[in-house]
Design a protein around this ligand. Structure first.
Ligand code: 0RA
Length: 644
């Protein structure tokens, strides 16, 4: 036996390294990309393993640190990765297998976890494969064990006991240095990590997740996420910047043999219809799926039943409520856990397991109805809110029909202010939304008429966060936007019908410009969400400075470009002019600096974590002046709409 296993060790060892080599050859297959998203994925992959320990009831705290040497350290107080010999790889300890074999994770040994998180469940071995160095410390059975790998999985120090575990503690520490030959960039962005860690803490009630950024300040304290209320606290958090319809957060849960669901909800006085956020095994399901279907169907039935039985709707006289009437102003979190989640759809963000639909539908049928009975004051407030939403919808439909007829009369149904491009191929077509008529004029003159369309926008468009659909449609600027873009809006929005695949916002580099840009982004986020998610929205970057060099003008994009220019031209003596408005450039300059595809820089807008983005948009655009002030004060350095 011993001989056989020793003989086969070499072969197995090679298989192991081949596995990691495959990850290094095609990182995208394992972590999605080698851009920022993939880089941050490494952290989540390690943290997910600790969260799995927590879900199995063995871990109560996870500490994540970004360290000055570029590494990231994750410490948990779980059981520690097992350190004994692995039954299948007889020369390797279990811990070494976890670090070097793809998909080994916590699954081996037969009695692994009941349900496991993990983005795609690829495991810590992938992090090893994509790190220039990784160090693992395991406190278990009274001893501290350590091992390390370099260059994407080459063993440096094999697992050995290095001392006693302090106070008999158990737990795992993983510290890794992302490989700069793999990733485009190896600098972590703290806010990206914070957003996701907070979400994980909400989804795992009672778990304490702490984060500190020691890269610049080794004194920096932990940010602590710890929610005894779990997803109820999540709902409260999302609604914090809105005006709640009532104080209570509703909550119910249901468990079946191999799957479970938790739902928390609260209505606010706002009009958004997309406050439903769902998760499966702790992973955001932004494209919805079976759990959302079950909830929506039951929610509509339960509320109709309530409103017809208890008022204010009358059988035979009133129309049935539609789902959207009920979801207006609703913030709800659905979290399901199940054995083998099937993630489908374009971004793998849609839950496909059919059994989940009936579980959620049944649970909501029973428990939401019960909740309405037990909370009559809240139930009445909801009933009157959903019925007024129903009335607004009917009024909006009439307004919409009227505008449809009007635009049919207008011919192509395109707004008069639009200067369209010649091409009818959306893929190559770009729509520039330009602040102000005079800049609009320059842009029109500057553009490439083949594929660039120009739509000037006057002043500030309506703040859609606060306005209801019927009002919104009476706003000419908003109407022009909807008609030009071509995919409709709201629930009916269809990105297949987009007339342009690049929607480029071109605003002044001043406060008003920033405000208009925020209003436009809010509008797109709320009413044309797929367009944002699919990366069709961009921000143009007109230069901040200009200066004269001899007879010609030089434009500089930002402060950094200005510093570089100054460093390279120490003798340059002209004062720099700060460009305030697009209007200060003529058509040729505008083309040269901002629109020419060969030279321009466009920032692509992405919205990663919808629930958190939802909250930020509400904070910035909603009713509560106080929370807006707080947000702007605490994020003054970083009020950007990228990666939120
Ligand atoms: C395999 C089996 C067990 C735990 C783990 C892996 C484990 C992995 C990681 C990664 C980071 N922290 C972790 N904590 C635990 C089960 C342990 C047992 O049965 O005692």
């Amino acid at each position: 036996m011993v001989e056989a296993s020793t003989a086969s060790y070499g072969a197995k060892d090679i298989t192991v390294l081949e596995g990691l080599e495959a990850v290094r050859k095609r990182p995208g297959m394992y972590i999605g990309s080698t851009g920022p998203a993939g880089l941050h994925h490494l952290v989540y992959e390690v943290v997910d393993n600790s969260v799995d320990e927590a879900m199995a009831g063995h871990c109560s705290r996870i500490d994540i640190s970004l360290l000055p040497d570029g590494s990231c350290e994750v410490v948990d107080d779980g059981r520690g990765i097992p350190v004994g010999k692995h039954p299948k790889f007889d020369d390797l300890t279990a811990a070494e297998v976890v670090l070097t074999v793809l998909h080994a994770g916590g699954k081996f040994g037969g009695d692994g976890y009941k349900v496991s998180g993990g983005l795609h469940g690829v495991g810590v071995s992938v992090v090893n494969a994509l790190s220039s160095r990784i160090e693992v410390e395991i406190d278990r059975e009274g001893k501290r064990h350590a091992m390390s790998y370099v260059d994407g999985g080459q063993p440096k120090d094999r697992l050995s006991v290095v001392g006693d575990a302090p106070d008999d503690r158990t737990g795992t520490t993983v510290r890794f240095w992302p490989d700069d030959t793999i990733f485009d960039e190896i600098e972590f962005r703290a806010q990206t990590l914070l957003d996701r860690l907070q979400m994980m803490a909400f989804l795992n009630r009672g778990l304490e997740i702490r984060f500190r950024d020691h890269r610049e300040n080794t004194e920096a304290d932990y940010t602590v996420f710890h929610y005894e209320g779990g997803i109820s606290d999540f709902v409260e958090h999302v609604n914090a910047s809105k005006e709640a319809l009532f104080e209570t957060v509703g909550y119910f849960e249901a468990n079946e043999e191999e799957q479970e669901v938790e739902i928390a909800f609260q209505w606010n006085t706002g009009f958004n219809g997309d406050g439903l956020h769902s998760f499966a095994n702790g992973i955001s399901t932004g494209e919805g799926g079976m759990h959302e279907e079950g909830f929506r169907k039951s929610l509509t039935n339960v509320m109709n039943k309530y409103c017809f039985e208890r008022g204010p709707l009358k059988e035979g006289k009133d129309d049935r409520l539609q789902g959207e009437d009920i979801r207006e102003g609703l913030t709800a979190i659905i979290s399901v856990r199940l054995q083998e989640p099937q993630f489908e759809g374009q971004t793998k963000g849609k839950l496909g397991n059919v059994s989940v639909r009936s579980m959620v539908e049944k649970a909501t049928n029973e428990k939401l109805a019960e909740w309405l009975e037990e909370n009559p004051t809240e139930a009445k407030l909801i009933a009157s809110k959903v019925v007024s939403a129903q009335r607004a919808r009917i009024a909006a439909r009439q307004a919409r029909d009227a505008t449809r007829r009007k635009s049919a009369l207008d011919g192509a149904g395109l707004p008069g202010k639009l200067t369209d491009c010649a091409s009818t191929d959306p893929e190559e077509s770009e729509l520039y939304i330009v602040e102000g008529n005079s800049a609009g004029g320059s842009a029109k003159e500057a553009r490439d008429p083949h594929n660039m369309a120009i739509l000037p926008i006057r002043g500030k468009i309506l703040n859609v966060e606060r306005a209801r659909v019927d009002k919104m449609l009476n706003n000419t600027e908003v109407l022009a936007l909807i008609q030009a873009i071509g995919g409709g809006f709201g629930e009916e929005f269809d990105s297949e019908k987009l007339r342009y695949h690049k929607i480029v916002l071109l605003c002044d580099a001043d406060v008003d410009g920033a405000h208009i840009r925020t209003l436009l982004l809010t509008f797109f986020f709320r009413q044309m969400r797929d367009m944002v998610d699919q990366g069709h929205v961009y921000i143009a970057q007109p230069p901040l400075y200009s200066t004269e060099v001899g007879k010609s003008k030089v434009y500089l994009k930002d402060d950094r470009a200005k510093e570089l220019f100054e460093a390279e031209n120490p003798k340059h003596s002209n004062d720099f002019a700060r460009l305030k408005g697009l209007g200060e450039m003529d058509a040729a300059e505008l083309w040269e600096t901002t629109m020419d595809p060969e030279k321009r820089t466009l920032l692509q807008i992405s919205v990663d974590q919808a629930a958190i983005a939802d909250e930020i948009f509400s904070t910035l655009m909603g009713e509560s002046v106080e929370s807006r002030k707080n947000f702007i004060q605490s994020n003054a350095k970083d009020v950007r709409f990228l990666d939120i």
